[in-house]
Design a protein around this ligand. Structure first.
Ligand SMILES: Cc1cc2nc3c(=O)[nH]c(=O)nc-3n(C[C@H](O)[C@H](O)[C@H](O)COP(=O)(O)OP(=O)(O)OC[C@H]3O[C@@H](n4cnc5c(N)ncnc54)[C@H](O)[C@@H]3O)c2cc1C
Length: 409
């Protein structure tokens, strides 16, 4: 197991500086434009692919970094550039991780490259779990996957919502119910290959923030996929379902409601790192503004009323990063989250991003409220962190349940 360290090694520093350069030179300058256009920034993704940032290799390298700092460092830098564009760049990673975590070697080798495409023909992927009536309450999922044994095919029906890259993805990873009697233990994940009949994009959402990232409904109407598209394979699924049924028969605990609350524990620090990136970006703009803007004949930072919030902002950002890095190190090294440290990091970092970006607007006064300055956009973007990958309330629920062992509602 790697020792926990806050010190990046030379190689990590080099990667961080390279990412920062891309965020500063390519992402940040085009952030306002893509926010206004509310479209996927394909040219920026292509640029990221050309330099190797948008690629499976890069993502896997950071994902498997034993220090645990690879992914949070990368997320912080890219989201420092702009949250909407960065999500368009890393959104594919959510689907890729779904395949890496549950797929066979053959599935990983077949599908992940198709998720990314190549620098001359970039593709994106989507991870489809949420539904209109199953957001926080994942166990209420209705999308059904039924096995057609005669044709060795799965038939998927249902509607997914809020899907990042939904409908524009080359490869969709869809979570569906295979055994409705088992709650979220009866779910399985499927690859829907490019061009599969029956999958279509529903409405595309017009959003408050991260507007450069495409979010839409995905409709599955008698979508037939080969048996080989079940992630992990049929044998493994049958074994898992049999174990869950057995536990259910013995003591009723096989039916784990809201299992996703715990399942995402390991991936939550990455969202925390995105929030740290947005918070840091807004803090830096506010600090610079406070030292140069003069009122009453002196820089506004000369007033404690401006300086102290900046002190608080920086303290919270550093504390958030510490929580994120700790949780990420624990996840990579297989340390059990005995106090829901993954949820803790996401909760604190996302609330920090909302707080810090709001405070940044206040420090910039009227300018902060306009689209001439980026903090207004950063504040709109920051609101997503307390919602996706588990809302703040769900994080608190997970932490409270983990600490108390009580079925708190
Ligand atoms: C921009 C964006 C991108 C997204 N991308 C994806 C994606 O790629 N793939 C995907 O599958 N999903 C995605 N989502 C969905 C996201 O994960 C859900 O929106 C989120 O899980 C919350 O679900 P919900 O919106 O249905 O809210 P609800 O679950 O309806 O919650 C509404 C409110 O009630 C609170 N609440 C609910 N239950 C409880 C409880 N037990 N105790 C206390 N409070 C509670 C919530 O905290 C929240 O404040 C995305 C969402 C957005 C907005």
């Amino acid at each position: 197991m790697a020792e926990f360290t806050m010190e990046l090694n030379d190689e990590q520093k080099e990667v961080r500086d390279w990412l920062h350069g891309f965020a500063a030179d390519v992402i940040r300058p085009s952030a306002a434009e893509w926010d206004e256009r509310e479209e996927t920034p394909w040219p920026v993704i292509q640029e990221a692919a050309k330099v190797g940032i948008y690629s499976l290799d890069f993502y896997a390298q950071q994902y498997f970094d034993a220090s645990g700092l690879g992914i949070p460092m990368a997320m912080e830098e890219l989201f420092w550039g702009d949250a909407g564009i960065a999500l368009s760049i890393v959104g594919t990673g959510l689907a890729a991780v779904g395949v890496l975590a549950n797929g066979t070697e053959e599935q990983i080798g077949t599908w992940i490259p198709q998720m990314y495409g190549d620098a001359n023909d970039v593709k994106v992927a989507a991870f489809c779990s949420s539904e209109p009536d199953a957001g926080s309450d994942v166990a209420s999922m209705r999308t059904r996957a039924v096995y057609d044994e005669a044709r060795d095919e799965w038939v998927l029906n249902g509607t997914k919502t809020w899907v990042t890259n939904g409908g524009i993805a080359n490869v969709h990873v869809v979570v569906a119910v295979v055994d409705p009697g088992l709650g979220s233990k009866g779910h399985a994940s499927f690859i829907v290959p490019p061009g599969t009949l029956g999958l279509s994009q529903g409405q595309k959402f017009k959003k408050h923030g991260i507007r450069a990232s495409h979010t839409a409904e995905v409709v599955l109407d008698n979508v037939r996929v080969p048996g080989s598209c079940l992630l992990g394979g049929k044998e493994k699924l049958d074994e898992r379902l049999a174990r869950a049924r057995e536990r259910d028969r013995k003591d009723g605990t096989g039916r784990v409601k809201n299992a996703a609350m715990a399942t995402f524990e390991a991936s939550r620090p990455a969202v925390g790192a995105m929030a740290v990136g947005t918070a840091r970006a807004a803090y830096e703009v506010a600090l610079e503004y406070a030292t140069t803007r003069e009122q009453f004949g002196r820089p506004i930072i000369d007033n404690q009323g401006v300086a102290f919030p900046l002190a608080d902002m920086r303290t919270r950002i550093d504390a958030a990063r510490l929580l994120v890095w700790r949780a990420s190190w624990m996840a990579v090294n297989g340390k059990p989250f005995t106090a829901a440290e993954g949820s803790m990091s996401k909760l604190f970092a996302s609330e920090t991003a909302k707080e810090v970006t709001g405070q940044a607007i206040q420090i910039l006064g009227g300018n902060g409220y306009t689209r001439e300055y980026p903090v207004e956009r950063m504040h709109r973007d920051a609101a997503i962190y307390t919602i996706f990958e588990g809302t703040s309330e769900i994080q608190r629920l997970v932490i409270a349940r983990t600490l108390s062992g009580m079925p708190i509602r």
